[in-house]
Design a protein around this ligand. Structure first.
Ligand SMILES: CCOC(=O)Cn1cc(-c2ncnc(N)c2C#N)cn1
Length: 321
């Protein structure tokens, strides 16, 4: 079983699949030569139960986190497909060791950048705004604070940093240059035009998702998309979408009060973890660079419940786990 505590270097062996890459909380595989998928351009993406906070992968994992987030991502892929947004999902018929937490996806020519859309100001966007009054070169009105809703959503791309490094926010012009120079993308693709297509698609998807979330009483503050080009040069939505790992979700009912009080917004899913890690009880000194202590079972249980709660509120349905 894919547990949360399996360190990345011991990704589970899966019959018919060969491990190719470990992310903080996900694993990627390609088909084995003897697999029925061998002659197809597909990959298997697995969502583990690992949880990351303050740039550390924490122990233990959160039971079923990977299943809940994978099912939420699939729900969004289907909803967006109904709105005409193509995605990379090929099949959910995956090895039983990763049932519910993995998808088989079409192998794409990945756009080498994170397509980030922000409807609210916080995190690295707020830090940049406080320095320069802009975010990735986009002018914003004066007087905004942590959690402020932006006049309209903004596209603020970043680089895809190597393991352990931080993604770096880049301007739209820099993105156009990077995509123009990206040798991995199809020669026929004009980088400046591709950047415009990525921005338009990312903003459209965010707007759809933000409205859906808000109807469920959840604020989608910002989110990170990844896109790839298929063999016909179509821009396809890839990676995971609109999960608490790729997005900031806030409970709508508390947002106004926290902004008014100048308080940071509570994370829908990681607030219990953050509160405990930064409390005396954990004995952890974040500034020390030490590895954080293991989470107590009640924090693990409460966090699992928050993931289930997010799934129920956003999709309006329950998950049978
Ligand atoms: C181990 C965790 O890292 C990743 O999964 C990121 N990643 C995605 C790809 C990818 N590559 C080709 N086609 C795709 N459809 C995808 C997707 N999604 C590669 N790395």
């Amino acid at each position: 079983v894919v547990s949360g505590s399996a360190p990345a270097e011991t990704a589970p062996e899966l019959p018919g699949w060969i491990h190719v890459n470990s992310g903080k909380v996900r694993e990627l595989y390609r088909p084995a030569p003897d697999s029925p998928w061998a002659d197809q351009s597909v990959l298997l993406m697995v969502a583990t139960d690992r949880i990351s906070a303050y740039d550390h992968v924490l122990e233990p994992g959160i039971p079923d986190k990977g299943i809940i987030l994978n099912q939420l991502s699939l729900w969004w892929f289907n909803k967006l497909a109904e709105a005409g947004i193509p995605n990379h999902v090929v099949s959910t018929e995956v090895p039983e060791q990763v049932a519910g937490r993995a998808i088989i996806v079409q192998e794409l020519d990945m756009v080498p950048a994170e397509a980030i859309v922000r409807g609210y100001l916080t995190g690295s966007g707020l830090a940049e705004y406080r320095e320069t009054g802009t975010v990735t070169g986009i002018e914003l009105p004066a007087g905004l604070t942590d959690g402020s809703r932006l006049p309209s959503p903004i596209f603020t791309p970043s680089t895809k940093a190597e393991q352990g490094d931080h993604d770096e926010n880049i301007s739209f012009a820099q993105l156009q240059e990077r995509l123009g120079a990206a040798c991995t993308l199809q020669a026929s693709t004009d980088g400046a035009d591709l950047a415009r297509r990525v921005r338009e698609l990312a903003l459209n998807i965010y707007t759809l998702a933000e409205e859906t979330a808000r109807e469920a009483g959840v604020i989608l503050a910002d989110t990170k998309f990844e896109f790839g080009l298929d063999a016909d040069g179509i821009l396809v939505l890839a990676d995971e979408v609109l999960t608490p790992d790729s997005s900031r979700f806030w409970p709508a009912e508390e947002w106004e009060r926290h902004v008014a009080q100048g308080k940071p917004q509570p994370s829908f899913d990681k607030q219990y973890v953050r509160n405990w890690l930064t409390s005396e009880a954990s004995g952890w000194d974040r500034a020390s660079g030490q590895v954080p202590p293991a989470l107590p079972s009640e924090v693990v249980a409460a966090t699992r419940e928050r993931y289930l709660d997010a799934y129920r509120r956003l999709t309006g349905s329950d998950l049978q786990l």
